[in-house]
Design a protein around this ligand. Structure first.
Ligand SMILES: CC(C)(COP(=O)(O)OP(=O)(O)OC[C@H]1O[C@@H](n2cnc3c(N)ncnc32)[C@H](O)[C@@H]1OP(=O)(O)O)[C@@H](O)C(=O)NCCC(=O)NCCS
Length: 163
């Protein structure tokens, strides 16, 4: 069973110890410790951010972080979603030793169910960036209904799904 749990003094060391494969590091812009710090920074700035540990049958296998924000970046100006509220997936990872077992998909599905309950406020979209060479991530997101927007920043594609 997959569960998304809060990060606290009992599991923070395990969250930080989770690792992606060496060749995957160039496909992601961040790491768990940095994302956890970013979540703190966003919350301090008034942008709700939620870092969560991913558990499979009580064993910690991954980490994710999302924020509740407005799609108001200058490069989105001519898009239909410009100015809309969105849950933005900042980071998601499964430890290399637990990848390929379905945990990424199951945890992402659980995350989408959480987001659909609009925990931080009403939003029209859920969105994320993925590196254009990250075929595993691209396939996973497409299978869950995310559409590529064609907006590419630093080799990463913005993909979006209506809520
Ligand atoms: C991307 C990631 C989260 C997927 O987690 P996972 O547990 O390995 O993936 P799953 O076993 O749940 O597989 C999920 C889906 O990924 C896709 N997938 C998995 N392996 C794949 C491969 N070798 N090639 C293409 N697609 C693949 C499939 O769509 C699969 O769904 P399916 O089994 O129903 O076909 C994980 O590999 C990871 O942490 N990678 C490094 C960090 C990263 O890239 N994060 C995303 C940043 S945008």
């Amino acid at each position: 069973m997959i569960e998304l749990k809060k990060i606290n003094g009992d599991n923070i060391d395990e969250v930080i110890a989770l690792e992606v494969g060496e060749e995957q590091k160039e496909l992601i812009e961040t790491n768990n410790l940095r994302s956890f710090a970013d979540a703190h920074m966003f919350n301090t700035d008034g942008i709700p951010a939620t870092p969560l540990a991913i558990y499979a049958d009580e064993v910690i296998v991954g980490f994710l972080m999302y924020i509740f924000d407005t799609l108001d970046y200058e490069s989105f100006e001519h898009e239909v979603f410009y100015g809309a509220k969105s849950y933005f997936i900042w980071h998601i990872m499964i430890d290399q030793s637990f990848q390929g077992k379905g945990y990424g998909k199951l945890s992402f599905e659980q995350l989408l169910r959480n987001i659909e309950s609009m925990p931080d406020g009403k939003a029209e979209y859920v969105s994320l960036f993925y590196h254009t060479s990250n075929i595993k991530a691209k396939t996973l997101y497409a299978s869950l209904g995310f559409k590529d927007t064609g907006i590419i920043q630093d080799n990463s594609m913005l993909a979006i799904k209506r809520l």
